[in-house]
Design a protein around this ligand. Structure first.
Ligand code: 13P
Length: 250
């Protein structure tokens, strides 16, 4: 039985004052959650603040990326071990914005995923196709390669300690969501590719949907059999909206 997870990806938003207000309002709003898990992935400088406010609340926190390296001369980078020092549980790896804007290839993403696991944290591996890839019929190939790069590096059993997020690039920040059926089809495809290597791991794997999830469309998405929650961008910045999405998963 898979329990649902809703994770907020704040991206590069917020400041000390607005974060404080958002985090403080989330605590009472998310208190009633019984079965669903909730988490926020915040910008690096605010992880300590988030830890301070959320510790003991039942809401987990994490980061949006991590270096593939453990330590050393990598100016500007942050290691997964450093994130563990601040109580992070989750680290997003391979978000499409990092793949598109910062050169994160499947190989680099697989290395980052391995580094996160090595630090004892849970990677949230993002996969997803662009509109051009979907329309030209290579969507499944693209997604299979993204998932298989990680299985080749760390083994299929590593997914036992990970989360996958399917985020169609064309649905991110566009207000255009995949329909529940479109998303379900890709989630089932991802699960089947993992099942080819390890059926038990595939069965237990948490697969989130991300891309313009709102309180209004979350219930229909989360009702699909292979959708185990969401990775939420814009709507995670509004406490009531994020809380309503979490309730839909509960
Ligand atoms: P939006 O919910 O703003 O579309 O962003 C989705 C996303 O990229 C989460 O990682």
């Amino acid at each position: 039985m898979r329990s649902k997870l809703v994770a907020g990806n704040w991206k590069m938003n917020g400041n000390l004052a607005s974060n404080q207000a958002l985090l403080k309002s989330l605590i009472p709003l998310l208190k009633p959650l019984a079965t669903a898990r909730a988490a926020v992935c915040v910008p690096y400088p605010y992880i300590a603040q988030t830890e301070h406010v959320l510790r003991g609340s039942g809401i987990a926190w994490g980061a949006q990326d991590a270096s593939e390296h453990e330590h050393g001369a990598y100016t500007g980078e942050v290691s997964a071990g450093m994130l563990a020092d601040f109580g992070c549980r989750y680290v997003i790896v391979g978000h499409s914005e990092r793949r598109a804007l910062f050169g994160d290839t499947n190989e680099i993403v697989a290395q980052k995923y391995a580094a996160v696991l090595k630090a004892g944290l849970t990677p949230i591996l993002c996969v997803g196709e662009t509109l051009a890839e979907r329309e030209s019929g290579v969507m499944e190939q693209v997604i299979a390669r993204q998932v298989e790069a990680v299985m080749a590096q760390s083994g299929a059993t590593s997914l036992e300690r990970a989360v996958v997020a399917y985020e169609p690039v064309w649905a991110i920040g566009t207000g255009k969501t995949a329909t529940p059926d479109e998303a379900q089809a890709v989630h089932a495809f991802i699960r089947s590719r993992v099942a080819e290597q390890d059926i038990c791991v595939a069965d237990l794997l948490t697969i989130l949907y991300g891309g313009s999830v709102k309180a209004a469309n979350a219930p229909a998405l989360f009702a699909m059999p292979d959708i185990d929650g969401g990775l939420i961008g814009g709507a995670a910045l509004v406490a009531e909206e994020f809380a309503a999405i979490c309730s839909a998963a509960n």
